[in-house]
Design a protein around this ligand. Structure first.
Ligand code: GUN
Length: 300
């Protein structure tokens, strides 16, 4: 078997086109420009690249971004005061604190200061809890993007065996919850899992987010599985690769995401979706906080 490629760039382009249309509609009907505040503490080079990509993507679809940079030894209270000010600002519909934060920050205190209705990363405990009980206002961007790619590729989820490799708060755990909310049978593996292959071989849908090149080899994958590689690793020779041995896994899987050009473009795209959805909600009646399970509604 040779896998079909799930092309994240083309799915992302479609969704961004819809974002542009929704932003234009908000402007035309309500005179509202969606606004995203991006806060970054310190000068981590990888974070700086991500922040630049997010800001460029905002400009492309008609979201007004506002960047706030703090030195790495800034006091936590100063950052929290800025978050509170932005939370009260009606021009701001989304607030994002780029992670990681310096060690002297208490992550939950910082995230907890974000108005839960502007928490476009979906990291506030309120939104995490929403996901646990079966829905959330702001699904976290990377797993939200993965769900959209699965739906857009016609992958059936209910009743399938899904295995998530990696249990981070940003990707693995919310990914498992979203798949569970769509009635998959979900196993979560992590750094301490013994004999990873005995789990991965059972997966109809295998999501890998471990940050470890070549972790998943061909024989670890069930024939015909759908494989989503969330890993982004830079090899010593400069090559960007995921967590799967792409060639070998492609020969077993029915569908696979490449790295680069798979999940990566979807993460920033779903941030745009969450920001525009928040701006739309601010124009409508501020009703129920908990929406339905993450579904396929975005793309036809
Ligand atoms: N750092 C790595 N991934 C993310 C993300 O999705 N959101 C934020 N805010 N920081 C990150």
């Amino acid at each position: 078997m040779t896998a079909t490629i799930i092309d994240g760039k083309s799915v992302a382009a479609k969704v961004r086109w819809q974002c542009r249309e929704r932003a234009d509609e908000l402007q035309a009907r309500h005179g509202v420009v969606p606004g995203l505040a991006v806060l970054m503490v310190g000068d981590d080079p990888a974070s700086a690249v991500y922040v630049r990509k997010k800001i460029q993507a905002c400009a492309d679809v008609g979201i007004q971004s506002h960047k706030f940079l703090f030195s790495r030894d800034e006091k936590q209270s100063v950052v929290i005061d800025k978050i509170r000010e932005l939370s009260a600002d009606p021009k701001i519909h989304g607030i994002l604190v780029q992670l990681p934060l310096p060690k002297h920050f208490d992550l939950q205190e910082v995230l907890g200061a974000i108005d839960q209705e502007k928490d476009v990363d979906g990291f506030h405990l309120y939104n995490v809890g929403g996901l646990v009980v079966g829905g959330t206002v702001f699904p976290p961007c990377t797993p939200y993007g993965v769900m959209l790619m699965l739906d857009n590729s016609g992958v059936e989820i209910a009743g399938r065996n899904a295995v998530v490799v990696g249990a981070s708060n940003i990707v693995g755990k919310p990914m498992a919850l979203m798949l569970m909310n769509r009635e998959a049978t979900v196993s979560v593996c992590h750094a301490k899992t013994r004999d990873l292959a005995q789990f991965t071989i059972l997966a109809d849908i295998l999501i890998v987010a471990a940050g470890c090149p070549n972790l998943i080899t061909g024989p670890m994958v069930k024939s015909g599985a759908v494989v989503i590689d969330v890993g982004i690793n830079r090899l010593p020779n400069g090559q960007l690769v995921g967590d799967c041995d792409f060639e070998a896994v492609s020969r077993r899987a029915s569908k696979i995401t490449p790295v680069p050009g798979g999940v990566g473009p979807m993460t920033v795209t779903m941030l745009l979706v969450n920001t525009i959805s928040s701006a739309e909600r601010s124009c409508a009646d501020r009703s129920p906080a908990i929406a339905g399970a993450v579904g396929a509604a975005l793309i036809d």
